[in-house]
Design a protein around this ligand. Structure first.
Ligand code: ADE
Length: 237
């Protein structure tokens, strides 16, 4: 998968993808990840990436011209009807569809090229959204000062789902949310620490019992703090 991130703060991403699974996926060419400075696509003397909003109001709005130029370079066209198949141009903004594990899975399975546009200030010129963007995504119901942290979150959640991104010792199938539930608790050695004991069932080697315990704990935890994840009859949605 190719991922291109468009931002006015490229320095923000300097080291953030150089750890763990994402680093390994880059080194193994599972993902080709590049960060681009929107300013590099300006053509005016002052290299302006933003301007005051028409109609007045606070803050600045990201200008359309450099973003259109960037998409034309990275995707080959600014007509979203003619994007190569597997291309998604994603605007990170608090107005978007809320990012969930199912959306991460959708991108990992369907897309071969993601272009992430990091929104800033009061917003992005709406013509970007109307013409270029295939998906507007929010990472949650709160306002960040820009889309950069959201681009990191989305990239991490998608890349780890790509085939072979996780080592053979781990699997995305056991993740929280993969079956619609929060994850069960985990323990490692020592079996007793400061008087706190690991549940006996995990020590007895009975795999059927352990599975049953894990599923029960996951359900218990989900019911206690994320009832919204469960369907009306207590089943996973
Ligand atoms: N930019 C500002 N807030 C955001 C959010 N919640 N999700 C994605 N991008 C954002």
């Amino acid at each position: 998968m190719k991922i291109d991130i468009l931002t006015i703060f490229p320095e923000f991403f300097k080291e953030v993808f150089d750890f763990g699974i994402i680093r390994r996926a880059k080194l193994a060419n599972i993902v080709d990840l590049n960060v681009h400075d929107i300013r590099e696509f300006t053509t005016d003397k002052h290299r302006m990436t933003d301007d005051r909003p028409f109609g007045g109001g606070d803050g600045m709005v990201l200008k359309p011209e450099p973003i259109f130029a960037a998409i034309e370079k990275l995707v080959g066209t600014s007509d979203r009807e003619n994007y190569p198949s597997g291309t998604k141009v994603i605007l990170l903004s608090p107005q978007g569809r809320v990012f969930k594990q199912a959306v991460a899975r959708e991108f990992a399975e369907e897309a071969t090229h993601l272009v992430l546009i990091c929104g800033r200030y009061e917003g992005v010129d709406e013509r970007v959204n109307e013409t270029l963007v295939t998906d507007e995504i929010s990472i949650g119901d709160y306002v960040l000062s820009g889309g950069e942290p959201a681009a990191v979150v989305l990239t991490d959640a998608v890349v780890r789902l790509l085939p072979d991104a996780l080592g053979s010792d781990t699997s995305a199938e056991n993740d929280s949310f993969s079956d619609g539930l929060l994850d069960c608790p985990h323990y490692t050695r020592p079996a007793e620490f400061r008087g706190m004991k690991v549940p006996e069932v995990l020590l007895n080697g009975n795999h059927a019992e352990i599975e049953k315990w894990r599923k029960g704990k996951a359900l218990e935890k989900t019911t206690a703090i994320r009832k919204d994840l469960l369907g009306a009859n207590g089943e996973c949605e």
